[in-house]
Design a protein. Structure first.
Length: 193
């Protein structure tokens, strides 16, 4: 059993599909159903990456009902067999990927069947009505602290609610940006926009 694999008791076994195929350098209608979309060397790189990543990839089979997520195992690639320069000969195994569902089990079945009731009421986080500016604060940072979002409409809401106070401070100190704030200012926090 490899790293990350799990035995699933009482479930259908994973599909394991052995594959061997030729990836031709040039289109040949006697062996190809359709023209290859990529060159053999690009295909080789993609197959190796897929095998190394250990990530499932969606595979679609045109003539079999086996479509689904698979991981690639035991990849062997041969290049340039005699008489076939530039072609790739590939053999591998596709293993069906089945996501794991973790189920938490209680101490006993009796306690698991009891409905859980709580007498506590959910506590709603109250938004503060004022905020004292600290060094290196910005209106965006304050909006993010208060509401969890610091976008333009949020910091502009704070600026608009405090525009008279902020304009007074900015004129006194010669600020060029209307969103400039100073440590120690007590700002009113409006309702979330």
């Amino acid at each position: 059993m490899g790293v990350g694999e799990v035995t699933r008791f009482g479930k259908r076994r994973q599909r394991r599909i052995p594959l061997s195929f030729l990836w031709p350098k040039h289109y040949n209608p006697t062996i190809c159903v359709r023209r290859p979309h990529v060159t053999p060397y690009v295909a080789e790189g993609r197959l190796k990456k897929w095998a190394e990543d250990d990530q499932p990839v969606k595979v679609a089979f045109s003539h079999a009902p086996l479509n689904g997520l698979y991981t690639l195992r035991d990849l062997v690639i041969e290049r340039d067999r005699p008489g076939h320069p530039g072609d790739l000969w590939v053999s591998c195994e596709l293993v069906e990927y089945v996501p794991i569902r973790v189920v938490k089990r209680g101490a006993s079945k009796a306690s698991a069947n009891k409905p859980k009731t709580s007498t506590r009421k959910p506590v709603a986080k109250k938004t503060p009505t004022t905020y004292v500016v600290k060094a290196n604060d910005s209106l965006s940072m304050i909006a993010k602290k208060v509401w969890g979002e610091g976008g333009k409409k949020y910091y502009e809401a704070i600026w608009y609610a405090n525009r008279a106070l902020l304009t007074q401070y900015q004129r006194a100190r010669g600020a060029r940006n209307k969103y400039t704030i100073y440590a120690g200012i007590k700002l009113k926090i409006p309702k979330k926009p």
